[in-house]
Design a protein around this ligand. Structure first.
Ligand SMILES: Nc1ncnc2c1ncn2[C@@H]1O[C@H](COP(=O)(O)OP(=O)(O)O)[C@@H](O)[C@H]1O
Ligand SMILES: [Mg+2]
Length: 266
């Protein structure tokens, strides 16, 4: 059986969709077969991020309502042999994902075929969130290095635990090495000390997330953001602590100069 992992967070905007897409593409680059499921039905940003617009014939809501077969709703991601998406773009802004039992049935069937089902979840503890987590065995909470986000993540971890999900993971997104080195931003160690979950990824703040389309992913492999995604995927796949060193660039003499230049906005 494949692993069914939901990507969630306290509030919107922490980077769930970005992390879900980056994780999915990175797991595939490690040789795993992956299906990404857009369970954030109202927003459905996954389609846009992976440039699937126009390719969607049937989507998750059709599948939930038994209007098509699973195979018909899977969209192959260009540039990858082993990555598919179960989109949700057709449903409209106020659509709800629906019955948790049906959703769990769909992800179980997918887990018979794929190594990983990565579920992009709606924010907070809505009904959509409850349905999304019912289709998963594991959860990743996405958190940014800000007190409010950490507090929300802590609440979500509590809710996940109450829902019977034990070994939860978390990813720190949008961290800035320059600020963490100079003590102006919380470091991963400080966040780790607060959250009762396993840290599996550290993703830096980066302008390159905007080019994280399925086709561009291979091309941006050398960039920091892709390296951090691949390390996160390895950490999950190998069940071993492999974290991107977001501070490296800002240590030592040259690091000091880089930090000073950033402070001046150069
Ligand atoms: N590591 C990052 N660096 C820079 N911008 C990011 C990063 N992660 C996410 N973003 C941006 O933040 C916004 C929200 O991200 P998104 O993944 O859509 O969040 P969510 O799905 O949690 O609402 C998007 O505009 C995205 O491009
Ligand atoms: Mg999203």
């Amino acid at each position: 059986m494949g692993r069914r992992i939901v990507v969630t967070s306290g509030k919107g905007g922490a980077g769930k969709t970005t992390i879900a897409a980056g994780l999915g593409l990175s797991l595939a680059s490690l040789g795993a077969s992956v299906v990404m499921i857009d369970a954030d039905v109202g927003l459905s940003n996954l389609d846009t991020l992976l440039e699937l617009d126009g390719k969607i014939m049937f989507d998750l809501s059709d599948l939930m309502n038994r209007k098509c077969r699973i195979k018909q709703a899977l969209i192959a991601v260009s540039g990858h042999d082993n990555v598919y998406v179960l989109a949700s773009g057709k449903a409209g802004a106020d659509a709800e994902i629906g019955d948790p039992v049906r959703f769990a049935e769909i992800t179980s069937k997918l887990a018979e075929v794929f190594d990983y089902c990565i579920i992009d979840c709606p924010a907070g503890a809505s009904d959509g969130f409850k349905t999304a987590i019912s289709g998963a065995d594991e959860a990743i909470v996405v958190v940014t290095p800000h007190i409010v986000s950490i507090r929300d993540a802590d609440k979500i971890l509590g809710i996940l635990l109450a829902a019977g999900m034990q070994d939860t993971m978390f990813v720190i997104n949008r961290i800035r090495g320059d600020l963490a080195v100079s003590g102006k931003m919380l470091s991963h160690k400080e966040i780790e000390a607060v959250l009762n979950a396993k840290l599996v990824g550290v993703v830096p703040e980066s302008d390159d997330v905007t080019i994280l389309s399925s086709l561009a992913f291979g091309k941006i492999m050398q960039r920091e953001i892709s390296r951090s995604f691949v390390m996160m995927a390895e950490s999950i796949h190998k069940n071993k602590r492999i974290l991107f060193d977001y501070k490296k660039k800002y240590r030592g003499v040259f690091g000091f100069i880089r930090r000073k230049m950033l402070e001046k906005g150069a």
